[in-house]
Design a protein around this ligand. Structure first.
Ligand code: KMH
Ligand code: ZN
Length: 273
């Protein structure tokens, strides 16, 4: 099996400090958490940023500050994967702007719409095509975020149109209320629905985080954990940090005989050069 790539989704757009006081929201807090996650074994930092009011923003200055702080703090330079998902309701031009301006190694690409808790996360097909074209033109490696099986079909249409290229790196985001649940049979169905030359990881939301991670380690996929997706360490007990969640995945991987990829190894595996 390939080495395991661990992504730390350290902040997100929906989690608040009220939900878990350990959530990093300033550039300094994000740099501290990113450093601890990379030292624990993560290779990718999935990055959303917050403004001075701790609310989600796609502001360029805030992205720049976070990226600089993270790079300065980490000895092994992580892959910083910018979010183009942003917060529910964010305008598409704002979602793509940091990618165009900062040309990161990698960014998320959401290909389909879905109900998202009490909201609707809209990814209009024409916007998605524009977004995908930007990734190609800027040579930014996309991580394709899929929340239900129909999103895999959308991805295959984008491949046919030449707006994506194999190997696609999918992130199965399972357990969003409104998307597919994170049960083992869902993960197996998603894995069996993608083309064999493509790769995948899973982000189990909430109570699905640990089980999805464990299944993925055994099935040869990659894993995303972090306070964006889940604020608990176990039922009724808040996680103390993002790194605590990463460290548990590393321990599981070791027990289950799966080696963990460094950022440099992950770059090679994902075709980032
Ligand atoms: N905040 C969610 C609505 C991404 O980063 O690409 C979308 C999201 C996906 O977090
Ligand atoms: Zn995100």
């Amino acid at each position: 099996m390939d080495k395991l790539i661990i992504t730390a989704a350290i902040t997100g757009a929906e989690t608040t400090k009220e939900m878990n006081p350990a959530l990093p929201v300033t550039a300094e807090e994000q740099a501290r958490d990113a450093k601890a996650c990379i030292e624990a074994g993560a290779a990718i930092i999935h990055l959303h940023v917050r403004g001075a009011d701790a609310k989600p923003t796609q502001n360029m200055g805030d992205f720049r500050a976070a990226i600089e702080a993270i790079r300065a703090a980490c000895t092994l330079t992580p892959i910083i994967q910018l979010s183009t998902g942003g917060a529910v309701g964010e305008a598409m031009d704002k979602r793509i702007a940091p990618v165009v301006a900062l040309k990161p190694e990698m960014a998320s690409l959401n290909v389909g719409s879905l109900s998202f808790g009490d909201d609707v996360f809209i990814n209009h097909p024409l916007d998605v095509e524009k977004l995908a074209k930007n990734f190609l033109d800027l040579k930014v490696v996309p991580e394709v975020e899929v929340y239900e099986p129909g999103h895999i079909d959308i991805t295959k249409r984008l491949l046919k149109k030449g707006l994506l290229r194999h190997p696609v790196h999918y992130q199965f985001v399972l357990g969003v209320p409104g998307g597919m649940n994170g049960e083992a049979k869902s993960l197996v169905f998603m894995r069996e629905s993608i083309d064999p030359q493509d790769g995948w990881g899973v982000a189990g939301i909430g109570r699905y985080e640990l089980s999805c991670a464990t299944h993925a380690i055994l099935m040869g996929g990659h894993v995303r954990v972090g306070l964006e997706d889940n604020v608990y360490y176990r039922k009724g007990e808040l996680a103390t940090s993002n790194a605590q969640l990463v460290a548990r995945v590393v321990r599981l991987a070791k027990e289950l005989g799966r080696e963990v990829a460094t950022p440099a190894e992950a770059r090679e595996m994902l075709g980032i050069n």
